[in-house]
Design a protein around this ligand. Structure first.
Ligand code: SF4
Ligand code: SF4
Length: 297
């Protein structure tokens, strides 16, 4: 407990002195450690975010996934999400499937349906399911049962400090119910991705930003029938904040991909894409500006 406190204190000091020192100390993800694995496994997406809701129990000013821009956020429907998963798993498999929103426990009915479906189907097609929560909502008994019934599932707490008001209670429940969990606890500060407006940055900046970007490596995204390189791209297009560049994501239901191999190749093309996205021109994550985590609008 004491060492955790010291570690947090050291981080605070480092961030306040110079964020670039903190970047080096805390090994910001400049290097693409999984590049080889990605190329060698064209039929596998190593990390895939599965969006089941646009609703969130928090309204973070600097949400990199742009949830704060939804005026009328919606929960997705079970049938739609499950059909997307069927279509996906007919062509590729997934390493880590991250179920998120917004806040996934806002949409517990769909979360249960998806977990129950994945407990009975395509179990050999994914390695791990992570439910990414902000720790503000205690799931109901049915939802806990669905989590327990899928042995590949664990809960990941995105710790926002005092805002994660029910995190400790849910951790106690996880311990009692033998549900695996982990806490991401290393981020007093977030990177500012900027507002989704077109920035006047040179091509070299945009290329480097995309190359180094954590999201395009670890957060390929399945959202409303599309496979996107990153969640920001997915939501910015859906919100109409950036141009809808259809050749930069894969529509799972595009008749061009009737053949499973064609769909597999198209999805692999997203995961291994070398050229930056149009969305990257509306993003300044690699300016590495730190903002305090979880500031509410
Ligand atoms: S809790 Fe997470 S998903 Fe919700 S607004 Fe904040 S950063 Fe975005
Ligand atoms: S828009 Fe580009 S740079 Fe920004 S998070 Fe997505 S992939 Fe990364």
């Amino acid at each position: 407990m004491l060492s955790m406190g010291i570690k947090k204190g050291v981080k605070r000091v480092l961030f306040s002195i110079d964020s670039s020192i903190a970047d080096v100390m805390y090994k910001r993800p400049y290097f693409d450690r999984e590049s080889k694995a990605r190329k060698q496994n064209p039929d596998k997406i190593l990390h895939l975010d599965l969006v089941i809701t646009e609703c969130c129990s928090l309204k973070c000013r600097d949400c990199s996934n742009l949830m704060q821009y939804y005026q009328h956020p919606e929960n997705l429907y079970s049938d739609d999400v499950i059909n997307d998963l069927r279509k996906l798993f007919e062509s590729v498999c997934v390493g880590e499937l991250k179920i998120l929103g917004g806040e996934p426990f806002v949409n517990q009915k769909v979360l249960c349906d998806v977990l129950d479906f994945l407990s009975k189907n395509y179990t050999e097609k994914y390695d791990l399911i992570s439910i990414i929560t902000n720790g503000t909502i205690i799931p109901n008994a049915e939802c806990l049962e669905s989590i327990k019934n899928n042995p590949k599932t664990h809960i990941v707490f995105s710790n926002y400090g005092d805002l994660s008001a029910h995190q400790d209670e849910l951790i106690r429940i996880c311990t009692d119910e033998n549900i695996r969990y982990s806490v991401i606890d290393d981020s007093f500060y977030w990177f500012d991705f900027g507002q989704p407006v077109e920035y006047d940055e040179p091509d070299i900046f945009v290329r480097k930003q995309y190359k180094q970007c954590y999201n395009r490596k670890y957060c390929n995204t399945l959202y409303r029938g599309g496979i996107y390189a990153c969640p920001r791209q997915a939501h910015a297009i859906h919100l109409g904040l950036i141009p809808d560049t259809k050749d930069e994501y894969v529509d799972l239901y595009d008749p061009r991909y009737e053949n499973k191999d064609d769909l597999k190749n198209a999805i692999s093309g997203i995961a291994n894409r070398k050229q930056p996205l149009t969305a990257c021109r509306y993003c300044i994550v690699s300016k590495y500006i730190h903002v305090k985590r979880g500031i509410q609008k």
